[in-house]
Design a protein around this ligand. Structure first.
Ligand SMILES: [Zn+2]
Length: 442
């Protein structure tokens, strides 16, 4: 697998048709480049991508005809005729992201640039309900959401659906955590595609969150980076110079099941001493109770948030619990970073949205004195600016990537997608500007 950015797109195709179809790989590279830069002239595109000027001219003409990019004016003159600048037509396409969790479903609409147009978090998730009923609920709520935000349906590219791993099936979802066992082998992708008429891409929450960080331009596009995702469990999405690493079965990055205590407690996965057994949200809440605290809230996430708030306020017992958990996470991140020689680790997901600041110092300390290649380069550790809705946002980004800029994933099996065709796409239509950034209607 080459990680040469100029090479990725050569052997992949998009779903675009028309005279530019033969240039599909170039189109994806050009879209990626314009997206990353914000605005660019044709000459700069040719210089940056290494494509020749004639190829850029033809591909750009097709991208403009498809409504994916627009000319936005001219650059400042540097002596000759000022160059015409190109930018993404951000409102020309939208993707839907759905994060199906045990106790909630979060919906996101993102535009072509990956910017979140609207978020709709809903209580009640996949727990103990007939999967087909949940699929019908998702289809109905997506219809409501799209109508309320005012997105023309012909601009929808598809649905990205994420949920906690592990995935064991290419077309279904096989979540063997206790809460999700009724879902084993349910054909979720096909059922949702049938219920909505839109293509569906399935992924796990951590990988989706990493794709979302990449697509929205929050990390250096050439970086080796991991999104460390903490919700109910802990996972890592890995992207190396733009290529998501999925592993043989889509389960790469299961850092929550790295052994950090050889004879430690039994984990739900069947192993002992997993990171989740000492630093997962449930472990922290359990430890807080054992230490005499009484975390408030009906759901685990609320109870975790309550302990985190106590720690952030300096309550000594809660501070000690988080210091202990953060030290475990730090050694696991050291292992991940040594194996992958990472440049950047982004903490994301609902638990890190609340408690990220309690983990960052321990991880930074550990990497500063124990990362193997520390004499060669540092590793940046940050908290995502979009940590709360990272999985749903990433799910939408997975659709943008798979439909518009497909690239090989480092996986032994094809990514799970529905057989549905992409919806018809119109390049023109009424403007949707003015849509709220975040909607929380109920
Ligand atoms: Zn485990």
């Amino acid at each position: 697998m080459s990680t040469d950015r100029k090479g990725w797109h050569d052997d992949v195709t998009t779903n675009s048709s028309g005279p530019g179809a033969a240039l599909a790989g170039h189109r994806a590279l050009l879209l990626d480049t314009i997206r990353g830069a914000g605005e660019m002239s044709r000459a700069s595109l040719a210089r940056t991508t290494g494509l020749n000027a004639a190829t850029v001219t033809v591909a750009v003409r097709d991208l403009i005809a498809d409504g994916l990019i627009v000319e936005i004016g001219r650059a400042a003159s540097t002596g000759g005729k000022p160059a015409v600048l190109l930018a993404l037509a951000a409102e020309s396409r939208y993707a839907l992201g759905v994060h199906l969790d045990h106790t909630s479903i979060t919906y996101v609409i993102a535009d072509l640039s990956g910017k979140v147009v609207a978020v709709w978090p809903r209580r009640g998730g996949a727990d103990a309900r007939a999967p087909q009923l949940v699929v019908e609920r998702i289809a109905a709520e997506l219809t409501t959401f799209v109508q309320r935000i005012g997105i023309p349906t012909e601009r929808l590219l598809g649905i990205g659906l994420v949920s906690p791993g592990p995935a064991t099936s290419a077309t279904g979802i096989a979540l063997s955590s206790p809460e999700m066992r009724p879902w084993i082998d349910f054909p979720l992708v096909d059922a949702l595609a049938a219920a909505t008429g839109l293509p569906v891409v399935l992924g796990n929450d951590a990988t989706a969150a990493a794709v979302g960080e990449f697509w929205s331009g929050h990390v250096d596009p050439t970086a080796m980076f991991a999104a460390l995702y903490m919700g109910t469990g802990i996972g890592a999405g890995i992207i190396m110079a733009g290529n998501p690493i999925l592993g043989s079965s889509g389960n790469a990055g299961e850092i929550g099941h790295i052994c950090v205590a050889r004879d430690g407690a039994l984990c739900w996965c069947g192993s002992r001493g997993c990171l989740e057994t000492v630093a997962g949200a449930a472990a922290i809440v359990h430890a807080a109770r054992a230490a005499g605290r009484a975390p408030a809230g009906e759901f685990l996430h609320d109870q975790f948030a309550d302990v985190a708030r106590e720690a952030l306020a300096g309550q000594p017992t809660a501070v000690a619990l988080f210091e202990d958990a953060a030290d475990y996470v730090a050694v696991a991140v050291q292992s991940l970073t040594n194996i992958l020689d990472l440049d950047h680790v982004v903490l994301t997901g609902p638990a890190f949205a609340i408690a990220g600041a309690l983990f960052v110092p321990a991880i930074q300390r550990q990497l500063a004195h124990a990362f193997f290649a520390r004499g060669t380069h540092g590793v940046e550790v940050t908290v995502s600016s979009n940590a709360s809705y990272a999985a749903a946002t990433g799910a939408a980004a997975m659709v943008l990537q798979s439909e518009l800029a497909p690239r090989p994933t480092m996986s032994g099996r094809p990514a799970a997608t529905s057989g549905a065709s992409p919806s018809a796409i119109a390049g023109t239509g009424p403007s949707t500007s003015g849509a709220p950034l975040v909607a929380a209607f109920d």
